[in-house]
Ligand binder design. Structure first.
Ligand code: SIN
Length: 557
């Protein structure tokens, strides 16, 4: 057993400063910004931290899909709930889904009040140009400037926060380039702050009785990912070391169409390029190198089958033919439709030397979204008192075993809104004194490529026991380092994420939603339960919890 299985904290030099605030929010995507705006409006002292120098560097900013919500009289809340439950494959908590779906229109209206601009079909209020996406039975997806929805959400919220920060005496501060290293806990195991590291390597302790993780996902654990470079799973790893329960982390969504990049080839422009499902929605098709339709005869919806089905079919096809990638053919759109509907994707592809107007785009499935995460209820409460998780880092039960397209940004907004409002009403507690938890080693940065390789090969679209055992054994044996720097922190977070996903994937001996096992292709009724992992002082505890809103958090506290 490696120390990665136990609670603890990373070795750091002694902090050179210590400050106190009311709330620390880590992460500047939709969830963190929404909560921060509420705290500023309520005059609650808070610090919003982001490790990025540009606070817009978040998964929200990159989101090309839209925001799903019920707008039209031809649509209904029950229908959006039913679609979400179907995609979630038995692991959604129905009450969490109801809260998400019922609250989504309201949080989007608030965003519009803050200045967000979504594509319209007419002049009347709420007269939006609504789109259909995979798994939805009605047109209910809002877009902004075609494929720029996430950017519009991020821009609006950042602008709203900055306007408040500019007011004299604003209670909230935004700190960029400051990286959270560990959650601090007191002798009762409750949160009492965050240990941070600045760009020059100086360590400080920011004491607070409430810490909110809004750190997004962990796609960087795999080679090819739609996630930004900061999506290393920092929040997940910090929560894990502090003893928080992690739930359903085996459910990793692989998006079928990410621009192909060979292992070892650097990301051009610092990122992999996602080609939105909406491109297939407009009629693009997947071809093999002989020009044959990959999805023909695989599923009645062919190229518009659910994304787990498309990714699995692509994976199987490439395994048989030995092809490194497949081709997404959208030449039939023509230049005007490409420029109008997908201007961002067109620009990014052309910057990388691929012109989708005249040639098919080489694509492969890549890591996209963690449906599981830190176990949290619909207020963001985790199993560690004072620690909250919202957005992709959290597993609230709203996304189940497979997230429905365009439900992720609404969930981040709804959770940021709910937690922000709730914190407004809480009395401010004086944080306890941090205790030093046992030391956990940092992972040697040279292992990062090997972790990616293990995750691609053994913990990818299709998994099986022997391969998962190989991955776990190798991950357990990776070398540590005594050098604390950003590369070591990234690699440690990726390593922790990788181990948790591999263990959970090994434990769940069935195929369900985004988790597929070659050796257990069936969906087993006995597995219609949440799988929870929790670090203890002596090792990892694994348990199964019934599906039902808030049950996991309540049961594990
Ligand atoms: C996409 O546009 O294909 C991704 C959207 C999502 O993951 O919801």
């Amino acid at each position: 057993m490696t120390p990665t299985h136990t609670t603890g904290q990373l070795d750091t030099p002694a902090p050179t400063w210590r400050r106190e605030t009311g709330v620390v929010i880590i992460g500047s995507g939709a969830a963190g910004l929404t909560a921060a705006v509420h705290l500023a409006d309520a005059d609650i002292p808070a610090v919003l931290l982001t490790r990025a120098t540009d606070p817009a560097e978040s998964a929200t900013d990159w989101a090309q899909g839209g925001l799903a919500a019920v707008w039209d009289s031809t649509d209904s809340t029950d229908s959006h709930i039913a679609d979400t439950l179907t995609a979630g494959a038995g692991l959604c908590d129905p009450a969490a889904v109801r809260t998400l779906v019922e609250s989504a229109p309201e949080v989007i209206r608030r965003l519009v009040d803050l200045g967000a601009d979504f594509d319209r079909a007419g002049e009347n209020q709420d007269d939006y140009d609504l789109h259909l996406e995979g798994g939805h039975s009605a047109r209910r997806i809002l877009h902004s400037r075609g494929d720029g929805s996430g950017r519009e959400v991020e821009r609006t919220l950042l602008h709203a926060l900055r306007r408040r920060l500019d007011q004299p005496g604003c209670s909230v501060r935004l700190r960029t380039g400051l990286r959270a290293v560990d959650i601090l806990t007191d002798r009762h195991g409750a949160v009492c702050g965050v240990r941070v590291r600045d760009g020059a390597g100086a360590i400080g302790d920011l004491l607070a009785g409430t810490v909110v993780l809004a750190t997004g996902g962990a796609g960087q654990a795999w080679t090819l990912t739609s996630n930004p470079a900061v999506a290393t799973g920092d929040g997940l790893a910090m929560a894990w070391r502090a003893g928080a329960a992690v739930r359903d982390i085996e459910f990793t969504q692989f998006h079928p169409t990410i621009l192909h990049r060979r292992a070892g080839q650097p990301r051009s422009g610092g990122r992999d390029v996602l080609i939105s499902e909406a491109v297939r929605g407009e009629g693009a098709v997947l071809l093999d190198h002989g020009g044959h339709r990959v999805m023909a005869g695989v599923h009645p919806l062919a190229d518009l089958a659910p994304r787990d089905v498309v990714s699995a079919a692509m994976h199987a096809h490439m395994a048989v033919t030995g092809e490194e990638c497949l081709l997404l053919d959208a030449r039939n759109f023509g230049p005007a439709a490409w420029a109008e509907k997908f201007p961002g994707i067109l620009r990014m592809l052309r910057e990388r030397g691929v012109d989708p107007v005249t040639e098919p785009v080489p694509v492969r499935p890549g890591a996209h979204y963690l449906c599981g995460g830190v176990a949290a209820d619909m207020m963001g409460r985790t199993t560690v008192p004072g620690l909250f998780a919202i957005g992709e880092v959290a597993a609230t039960g709203a996304q189940g075993a497979n997230r429905l397209a365009s439900n992720s940004v609404p969930e981040a907004l709804v959770m940021g809104d709910r937690l922000g409002r709730w914190l407004r009403g809480l009395p401010r507690e004086t944080p306890g004194q941090p205790v030093v938890r046992p030391s956990v080693p940092l992972t040697e940065p040279g292992s990062r490529a090997r972790i990616n390789e293990l995750m691609d090969t053994h913990v990818g679209v299709l998994r099986e026991a022997a391969r998962l055992d190989t991955a776990i054994a190798e991950l357990d044996a990776l070398p540590g380092t005594g050098v604390l720097d950003d590369a070591a922190l990234d690699t440690t977070a990726i390593h922790t994420t990788a181990l948790l996903v591999a263990h959970a994937a090994r434990e769940r001996t069935e195929s369900r939603g985004a988790h597929r096992r070659a050796d257990h292709p069936e969906t087993a009724p006995a597995w219609e339960v949440h799988l929870c992992l929790q670090a203890g002082p002596t090792g990892m505890r694994i348990s199964r919890e019934p599906v039902g809103r808030d049950s996991t958090v309540a049961a594990l506290i």
